[in-house]
Design a protein. Structure first.
Length: 275
């Protein structure tokens, strides 16, 4: 995140926002800047990619499903906009630790002992590490002591739209993002790669709520896509994974998506029309 902070300081904050006597490296200034940047970034990613997905990918026929709520899209957006600033508070604390040099993020490819191969391997390990972490955190949030208080608000959306992707209780949203932030404190990761993965994570989260169930046939039971996550919203105790189905299969919570078996929400609507 220091790359983003440095760019913001150089082009906007130092010349136009902060007084000349307030040093760029001063901790309070960095915290304030990170809070603003994190919130603006999260809002931009959510609203931009959520809107694109909603208008160009999401099947609006799903809005006719009986479990689609009245004014649901507006309610999803409102809930997300209320939650994102609170989610950003602990997130900024972790970004601050990165900026102050406590993580294993590095600037140059030459700083990695494995060069470019290390960059590609770190991308794969990031996906597998975060997928594992999210699986167990997500599954834990379904425990009866936590579900009603923290995770149930996200399950209000049985037939989700892309805007449901970030409509979490703040504790829920931060807990499920925690593996992304822990990774660079445990393993080396190129800074630009980290920013790219951060964007990818947000786009993927939107994509598994978009109601588009198309996945290459060979990968249907490997990739945790929208069809899998739709069944999670509908049936609760299945398909907790984020990217892959591996941990659901290990944990005994894998469910073949009903959409692949002709029993999904679209099939339900088709049967309603035929009656």
């Amino acid at each position: 995140m220091d790359l983003v902070l440095d760019a913001a300081d150089r082009h906007i904050l130092t010349p136009y926002v902060y007084p000349a006597g307030w040093p760029e490296g001063e901790p309070c200034r960095q915290l304030l800047s990170l809070f603003v940047i994190t919130n603006l970034g999260a809002l931009t990613l959510y609203l931009l990619f959520g809107t694109l997905s909603y208008y160009f990918i999401f099947d609006h026929e799903l809005k006719k499903h009986p479990q689609f709520l009245e004014n649901q899209v507006r309610r999803e957006i409102a809930y997300a906009l209320r939650s994102l600033p609170w989610i950003s508070v602990p997130t900024v604390a972790l970004f601050f630790a990165e900026v102050r040099g406590y993580s294993k993020l590095y600037d140059n490819i030459e700083d990695s002992p494995y060069g470019w191969s290390g960059v590609f391997l770190s991308m794969l390990s990031f996906l597998f590490f975060t997928d594992m972490g999210i699986y167990w955190i997500h599954r834990g949030l379904h425990h009866k002591l936590l579900y009603k208080r923290f995770h149930k608000p996200h399950h209000l959306w049985k037939i989700a739209t892309p805007f449901a992707s970030h409509a979490f209780h703040p504790v829920d949203g931060f807990m499920q993002s925690l593996p992304y932030h822990i990774y660079p404190f445990l393993f080396p990761l190129h800074k630009v790669t980290y920013l790219g993965l951060y964007i990818f994570v947000n786009v993927w989260t939107i994509s598994i709520h978009d109601g588009d169930y198309r996945v290459p046939r060979l990968l249907r039971h490997v990739i945790n896509g929208s069809a899998h996550h739709t069944d999670h919203h509908l049936y609760f105790d299945y398909n907790y994974g984020q990217y892959f189905t591996l941990w659901d299969k290990i944990g005994g919570s894998y469910k073949s998506p009903t959409a692949f078996e002709g029993k999904g929400p679209h099939d339900y609507l088709r049967k309603l029309r035929e009656k």
